[in-house]
Design a protein. Structure first.
Length: 283
């Protein structure tokens, strides 16, 4: 879901983030295949490229995360009384499973077309060989039970050093309705929308929530769209609004299980996700 800010002023008008960089890289294969299957219609930036577009300034507080919606237990993954088997290092499949559980805690719907990547070494994010850039990414298609077409929900789980030298505010012009909220313990939450992309079917829309914690050395960024973001600034728009709201995304990124290790149940559940595309996480 992702070097110095704006490349020191020289590229001040350029922005990039994990999902767009990853989307462009995998669009020809994954997106085309998914587009055919639906019928109607990253992560590679660990050196800091993704953060070029994350210069953001906001004056004022953002909305508090909403109360999770009630869901059908049969759609919400493993039962809450499943035995606690500890944690395991995060990877693409467990990231996708954790994202699915977080999403189905705030809405009802059908999820499919899972994809993800193995992260950079995360057992010791401060290890020089890993350059402090632990990073993993996952996404899937979500069709809300409330109706309308599918969209994409994605997440990046990263070491907080990915944003070294970048302000966590709302100064980027392309961020719409950007807000930053202070959370307990000194953590922060940023929500915003990308500028709409006009298409013949309507505007392509993408909303984002981003959790940042220097205390936990963790950044979690989740996004949702109203269709499929294709190469060359093209979109397949399937519905008027993104499949999740910014408040729902805020609940997703502030789930307490996010980290470089996840509850073991997500590793088990991740192995059951189908279809699943493994994305090469190497640079």
């Amino acid at each position: 879901m992702q070097m110095h800010e704006h490349m020191i002023d020289a590229v001040a008008d350029i922005h990039a983030d994990t999902e767009r960089l990853t989307g462009a890289a995998r669009a020809i294969g994954g997106r085309t295949r998914r587009r055919r299957r639906v019928g109607a219609i990253g992560a590679v930036a660990a050196a800091g490229v993704l953060a070029v577009g994350l210069a953001v300034t906001v004056q004022g507080e953002g909305p508090a995360p909403s109360t999770p919606a009630a869901t059908d237990p049969s759609d919400s993954g493993p039962p809450s009384d499943a035995p606690d088997r500890g944690t395991v290092p995060i990877d693409g499949r467990s990231t996708a499973a954790a994202l699915r559980a977080a999403v189905l805690a705030v809405t009802e719907g059908e999820t499919t077309a899972y994809a993800g990547q193995s992260g950079f070494p995360v057992s010791n994010p401060d290890d020089e060989a890993a350059d402090g850039m632990a990073d993993t990414w996952a996404e899937f298609e979500l069709t809300p039970a409330s109706g309308g077409g599918p969209g994409v929900v994605s997440v990046n789980v990263q070491h907080s050093s990915i944003l070294d030298g970048f302000p966590f505010d709302c100064s980027a012009e392309w961020m719409v309705d950007c807000q930053v909220q202070e959370l307990p313990g000194g953590d922060r939450l940023r929500t915003y929308s990308d500028e709409p992309t006009p298409t013949a079917e309507g505007d392509g829309l993408r909303v984002v929530a981003e959790y940042f914690s220097t205390r936990r050395e963790l950044r979690v960024l989740a996004a949702a769209t109203n269709g499929f973001d294709l190469p060359n600034n093209q979109w397949d728009v399937t519905r008027p609004e993104p499949v999740l709201t910014v408040d729902q995304l805020a609940d997703v990124v502030t789930e307490d299980w996010w980290g470089f290790e996840l509850p073991a149940r997500f590793a088990d559940e991740g192995q059951q996700l189908d279809p699943y595309d493994e994305i090469d996480g190497s640079l």
